[in-house]
Design a protein around this ligand. Structure first.
Ligand SMILES: Cc1ncc(COP(=O)(O)O)c(C=O)c1O
Length: 391
């Protein structure tokens, strides 16, 4: 087998997939002389809301601010208060937890399932107390983590359901408990299914457009999607210094906005998101069909609609050896993530917690190369190298 050089994610080649359209969109913004709060942002918000299947989309500065503004707005609206508990998967990226703690709310860590790597819905009910007010589900790695049971728990206990959709743009839920979105006016986005998209399943969702995401900007960007007008208005105001009208301040707000350049780039990439995700699904299918090393465990395979493969994680007891073995063969892998939030220095107050499934995932997880610019030959080489790995 001839050695190849495969990076984990080659952002330059991902950009080049739609390079001409992106450059032309950027040039239009440059020539317009209008860089914030303009037509590109308005248009992207409209297109993204339509794509996700919600009434409202508010562009914000990044994914952390999207999540944090949702919680802050609920506090301003009297639906959350200091000390309320928010259930969150323990193996999420730190930002989900930061959004909770920076609002003086208490994160309650739920274990994930070892086979799906997302929140274990059977572990959630036992965590609900009289102070629980919300569940934040995280569609980690691009995998839909919503289940009927989670929806039912939220209804039964009157909890807010917040989605962290940073890693799952374009993913859908096939849970039968959910409404279908109206697709009359969205044929542009080739909706081959009537299943609702992640980002439209709960009361509100936070999205990140960090460059490496499935829908990635060329810098920072984020958005909130929701059907709740009151919440949407509060978030728009909070992200604009708390302003309700020009120079009138209802809240002590902050500055969190999506700029025109990022919005223009995102609108181009949104048009290609389904095709880019389909490419990721082809690469993933190759991994699933061809990786057969008994020392390497692949997460349970979901129908394509329910996984947009932001990251392709595998588990291996000798994760570090596997990573070096692949590196020697020219394959770059990453770890998402080496240390769980409750074991981070900044969360010392949670270091006593024992979360064995989470801790095992953090010890064993390795992320294989995955992007829409990867070729099937690349995926073939990765699978062959993994199959050669021996302990
Ligand atoms: C699951 C998850 N939540 C939140 C974020 C935060 O997004 P951002 O980097 O745009 O602040 C990220 C990504 O970085 C993420 O992966």
């Amino acid at each position: 087998m001839k050695q190849r050089d495969i990076s984990f994610l080659d952002l330059k080649s991902v950009t080049e997939l739609h390079g001409d359209e992106i450059r032309s969109a950027i040039n239009k913004v440059v020539d317009s002389g209008w860089y914030l709060h303009g037509e590109c942002t308005r248009q992207f918000e409209e297109d993204f809301a339509k794509y996700i299947g919600t009434k409202y989309c508010i562009g914000v500065g990044n994914g952390l601010e999207a999540l944090s503004l949702i919680l802050r707005a609920y506090k301003e609206l009297g639906k959350l208060k200091d000390g309320d508990e928010v259930i969150v998967p323990a193996n999420t990226f730190i930002a989900s937890v930061l959004a909770i703690t920076e609002n003086n709310l208490i994160p309650v860590f739920a274990e994930p399932r070892l086979d799906t790597l997302v929140i274990d819905d059977s572990a959630v009910e036992a965590l609900i107390t009289e102070r629980t007010r919300a569940i934040m589900i995280v569609h980690l790695y691009g995998r839909c983590s919503y289940t009927t049971r989670i929806g039912e728990l939220c209804n039964k206990h009157n909890l807010l359901l917040i989605e962290d959709n940073a890693q799952a743009h374009g993913c859908r839920s096939n849970s039968s408990s959910h409404r279908s979105i109206s697709e009359n006016d969205s044929s542009f986005f080739i909706p081959h299914s009537s299943f609702p998209r992640t980002g439209s399943l709960g009361h509100a969702a936070g999205h990140s457009f960090y460059p490496g995401k499935n829908l990635g900007a060329m810098g920072d960007g984020g958005a909130v999607t929701t059907d709740d007008l009151e919440l949407a208005e509060a978030i728009r105001s909070l992200g604009n210094y708390g302003s309700s009208a020009k120079y009138v301040y209802k809240y002590k707000g902050e500055n969190s906005r999506l700029d025109e350049l990022q919005a223009a780039v995102l609108d181009v990439k949104l048009r290609h998101l389904d095709e880019d995700n389909a490419r990721r699904q082809q690469i993933a299918a190759h991994y699933y069909d061809n990786i057969s090393n008994p020392h390497v465990t692949l997460p349970v395979r979901l129908p394509d609609a329910n996984n947009v493969y932001h990251i392709f994680p595998v588990l291996c007891e000798e994760r570090d050896k596997l990573q070096s073995f692949l590196k020697e063969r020219g394959i770059q892998t990453l770890i998402h993530y080496p240390v769980a939030p409750h074991q981070q220095e900044c969360y010392k107050e949670y270091s006593h917690l024992s979360l064995p499934v989470t801790e095992r995932i953090h010890r064993e997880e390795l992320s294989l190369p995955m992007s829409p610019s990867l070729t099937i030959d690349d995926a073939k080489y990765v699978a062959e190298c993994i199959n050669e790995f021996m302990l």
